[in-house]
Ligand binder design. Structure first.
Ligand SMILES: Nc1ncnc2c1ncn2[C@@H]1O[C@H](COP(=O)(O)OP(=O)(O)OP(=O)(O)O)[C@@H](O)[C@H]1O
Length: 310
């Protein structure tokens, strides 16, 4: 940020790249990742605030996805340390990271598309029935566990208005419904921090309101949310905090209205998107549940048009 004297309730001290948070849930230091000669991530220090919605933005190739992959154990850094809820998680494998409560959405791939919506949900549960040999041998133990996770899956599907689709192939869902399923699946493992990778990609504008409502609910339930998104409208309307990456580094951070009016950010990132709708700071628009069905239908049509969507 250009004005380092700004303060904010989430921040301990002046606002600026790498600023200290009052109550951080993730703290990362000197995280680097290179691919050959290219430094994809070079984050000196960043803190993610707890129980807030944080957007990670930046131009294509800024290193956002790589940083996500590193934090969640899907990739290994060259250097660096980070902690989640005060516990070091650097180089901890992805399944353990998820068990600790740091859970990311991942895209519905071709193979997952061939499973039903419910099966996708069951895959999201952290501890599977029969996971240890003792439990596997005693049917009442695993069948009870299966019942519990199935009813939990159905409860979450109902909340996301996907229950009636539970037996459908996931591949048959519209773009927006897929995004809802990705989020619903992540909730199966009771995240403390949920990390969403482009939650708005391919989503019809009316279903967008429903998705935004679901994300705000996660925060209302006490979760922290970190998302990567190119849709500036969403970033502006839903985020409490915005972190800007460029060339692997954190170049700016702050509340959305300040970050998006920062000349350095406009030059580095928004300049390339001058023609896109950056919106006004009007606050999040209300959830339009009744539009879901119409939106889904329109969304489905768009999804059908896309070639090889999954
Ligand atoms: N597995 C890989 N092998 C080689 N280079 C990679 C690999 N993954 C990422 N990169 C490179 O690292 C840089 C950062 O990529 P990354 O996908 O993290 O950026 P991003 O900010 O998420 O971009 P986008 O917004 O386009 O998704 C890019 O130059 C990319 O080409």
């Amino acid at each position: 940020m250009s004005d380092t004297m700004l303060t904010h309730p989430l921040v301990d001290g002046p606002v600026g790249p790498g600023c200290k948070k009052v109550d951080p849930i993730v703290v990362a230091d000197n995280v680097t990742r290179t691919f050959g000669g290219l430094t994809a991530v070079d984050v000196a220090h960043v803190e993610i605030p707890r129980n807030a919605i944080t957007a990670l933005i930046g131009p294509n190739g800024a290193g956002k996805t790589t940083f996500f992959n590193l934090l969640t154990g899907f990739d290994k850094p060259n250097t660096g340390q980070w902690s989640f809820e005060g516990h070091s998680l650097a180089r901890v494998p992805a399944f353990r990271v998820a068990r600790k409560g740091m859970v990311r959405t991942f895209q519905l791939t071709k193979s997952l598309g061939r499973l039903s919506v419910l099966q996708n949900m069951l895959l999201g549960a952290t501890k599977q029935p029969g996971e240890n040999i003792f439990t596997a041998l005693i049917k009442p133990l695993w069948s009870k566990r299966e019942e519990t996770i199935t009813s939990k899956a159905e409860e979450i599907l109902a909340r996301f208005k996907l229950l009636e689709k539970s037996e459908d192939y996931a591949a048959s869902l519209s773009g927006g419904q897929r995004k809802l399923l990705e989020m619903a699946r992540a909730l199966m493992s009771d995240p403390v921090l949920i990390m969403l990778d482009e939650p708005m990609a391919g989503v019809n504008p009316a279903l967008t309101q429903s998705l935004l409502g679901h994300i705000k609910e996660l925060k209302a339930e006490g979760m922290s949310v970190l998302f990567v998104e190119h849709d500036m409208h969403m970033v502006r309307h839903i985020s409490d905090w915005v972190i800007v990456m460029a060339e692997g580094k954190v170049v700016a951070e702050g509340p959305p209205d300040q970050v998006m009016n920062d000349p350095a950010v406009i030059d580095a990132y928004l300049g390339a998107h001058h023609d896109t709708d950056l919106g006004e700071m009007t606050g999040a628009t209300p959830v339009i549940e009744e539009n879901d069905v119409a939106a889904d239908n329109a969304d489905k049509k768009n999804a059908d048009k896309r070639e090889g969507a999954i």
